[in-house]
Design a protein around this ligand. Sequence first.
Ligand code: GDP
Ligand code: MG
Length: 162
Amino acid sequence: PQPVVAVVGRPNVGKSTLVNRILGRREAVVQDVPGVTRDRVAYDALWNGRRFTVVDTGGWEPDARGLQAEVAAQAELAMSTADVVLLVVDATVGATTTDEAVARVLRRSNRPVLLIANKVDDERLMADVAALWSLGLGEPYPVSGLHGRGSGDLLDAVLKAL
Ligand code: GDP
Ligand code: MG
């Protein structure tokens, strides 16, 4: 079985946009992967000749437990089923209390976690990116899922972590 990369984070931070960027195409093949439900869609990805599965944890809505508990549960699930976890945060918003809660969960993981600062559409946001060191997950990777900025460096880092 090929390695699994799970993408987690709050709604609207750009997870699905980033997944599409990683896939390099709009339509994708849905994979039969254990733990994948209607809320967790897995796709086949290829970078530098290496195949891996990308799991987009989007699609879910906060339930009665509230957003923070729901996102944390997604992070727990990602940790247990993925080889590498990508925590996506919106650099234009900064670290929210939900982001902090998820980061706390992920810091306990023995899997590699990469912190993705998304929506960095231009250089002016780099100061906001640096502020995300506060999440305690190491160096934030600045990307723009929408425009593709930084996605090559991110994928190189993902392959290194696999
Ligand atoms: P998800 O809920 O985390 O999967 O987020 P989506 O991928 O659905 O994106 C939420 C919104 O953010 C959409 O309107 C996207 O177009 C926008 N978005 C995603 N990535 C970027 C980005 O890199 N830059 C900007 N400016 N907007 C983005
Ligand atoms: Mg989504």
